[in-house]
Ligand binder design. Structure first.
Ligand SMILES: C=C(O[C@H]1C=CC=C(C(=O)O)[C@@H]1O)C(=O)O
Length: 372
């Protein structure tokens, strides 16, 4: 499908108030879309369904599903940069009260850690930005143009809302029984090099995430490998990243793994329940789908057999495999009328400085503001 037709389909779907998702995976050139045929609200029961899942931060609430059986799939294989019509700079007014609230929130988090309520908590805020662009699909195009290495998406359901984002973080990728999970935390502004020095605070907050993932999935897997930790670029920022790969043992299901790892200490805290309770009680707003997860669930992908003499007869046959690729919903925003609500947060440990944590959220908010 041509790029022109792809965006035509998306715009028609949006104008008809029908659910859809359009997305491009990190580093890929093709963009995919799933267009639901009616406006029913489907939710996942046990993550054995096939479709595109959009799950909130609070794992006690339902994850929304665009089921493949009720949708048509569209793909444009060669995305190329398309001019967008955005030209008016957004108006963002961060009040002193908002800054003071966030600084007090972080200080309260640090105090709770010092009182041993938990070891880490991720605290966040929302920022409303007035936008002139009435068509969110134009903002999606701009996101695609800016962030080729992120999972870039536009998700809409008339009964839920419209979300856009460019996230650097994978939650989990599964093919067959093989899966990988990303531990991503620690943030600095990108200054032209990946050769940066990390403070103990950032190393510690990222190590908490890695240790939590490894310890909690160990009982459900029969093979586990942890990569070296490296610095990776995401938009105007850099983070620390470790990849954990494993093979699910035959008694474990995806639902179990998700309920163990989500929300990870990269977006919630450690231990999970105490830090989550603190967030729900003190952040003073509803995160909804920010720091939830989204992506393809049990979709059939076609894997070509490897070339080689032994595969010559088989090469004509492509092997269908079920694959799941879920991303953490970070660097995202929700569009409501002529306002973009941007969501930003950061990991707090006993070494956190509230003023620097505020600055980190300001840097993170630029990832979305750059495209408005
Ligand atoms: C919660 C967010 O970031 C998480 C992911 C990467 C780095 C983080 C950090 O440095 O604190 C956070 O754990 C956010 O970007 O809103």
């Amino acid at each position: 499908m041509t790029l022109f037709n792809f965006f035509n389909c998306i715009e028609t779907q949006y104008n008809n108030k029908l659910p859809f998702v359009a997305y491009r995976k990190p580093g890929e050139s093709s963009i995919s879309g799933l267009l639901q045929k009616d406006n029913a609200l489907h939710v996942t029961k046990d993550f054995t369904e096939k479709g595109f899942v959009f799950a909130p931060f609070d794992d006690a609430s339902d994850a929304v599903l665009l089921p493949v059986d009720y949708a048509s799939k569209i793909v444009c294989s060669d995305y190329e940069v398309i001019p967008t019509q955005l030209n008016v700079k957004p108006l963002s007014v961060v009040t002193d009260e908002q800054k003071v609230f966030h600084i007090n929130l972080v200080n309260k988090g640090v105090e709770a850690i010092k009182d041993s309520a938990f070891k880490k908590v991720v605290l966040s805020r929302q920022e409303a930005v007035e936008i002139s662009e009435q068509n969110p699909i134009e903002i999606f195009k701009s996101l695609l143009n800016h962030y080729s290495l992120a999972f870039v998406y536009c998700w809409y359901h008339p009964k839920v809302g419209l979300w856009l984002g460019a996230t650097p973080e994978t939650l989990i990728k599964i093919e067959g029984h093989q899966f990988s999970i990303m531990s991503l935390a620690g943030t600095q502004e990108y200054n032209g090099t990946l050769d940066v020095t990390w403070q103990d605070k950032e190393k510690e907050e990222q190590q908490f995430v890695t240790d939590f993932i490894v310890d909690s999935i160990k009982p459900s897997v029969d093979y586990l490998k942890v990569s070296n930790t490296e610095t990776v670029k995401a938009g105007n920022l850099v983070h620390l990243r470790t990849l954990i790969s494993a093979r699910l043992d035959s008694n474990s299901a995806l639902k179990d793994v998700i309920s163990i790892i989500h929300p990870t200490p990269a977006v919630c805290g450690l231990p999970k329940q105490a830090s989550k309770d603190f967030i729900l009680k003190n952040e003073n707003y509803n995160r909804e789908f920010y720091t939830g997860f989204l992506g393809e669930l049990n979709l059939e992908t076609v894997v070509k057999p490897r070339s080689g003499r032994r595969n010559i007869e088989n090469r004509a046959y492509a092997i269908p495999k079920k694959s799941t690729q879920l991303y953490v919903n970070l660097r995202c925003m929700q569009i409501k009328n002529n306002t973009a609500i941007i969501y930003v947060g950061g990991g707090i440990t006993s070494h956190s400085n509230a003023e620097s944590e505020w600055d980190e959220t300001v840097s993170k908010s630029k990832v979305m503001k750059n495209v408005l």
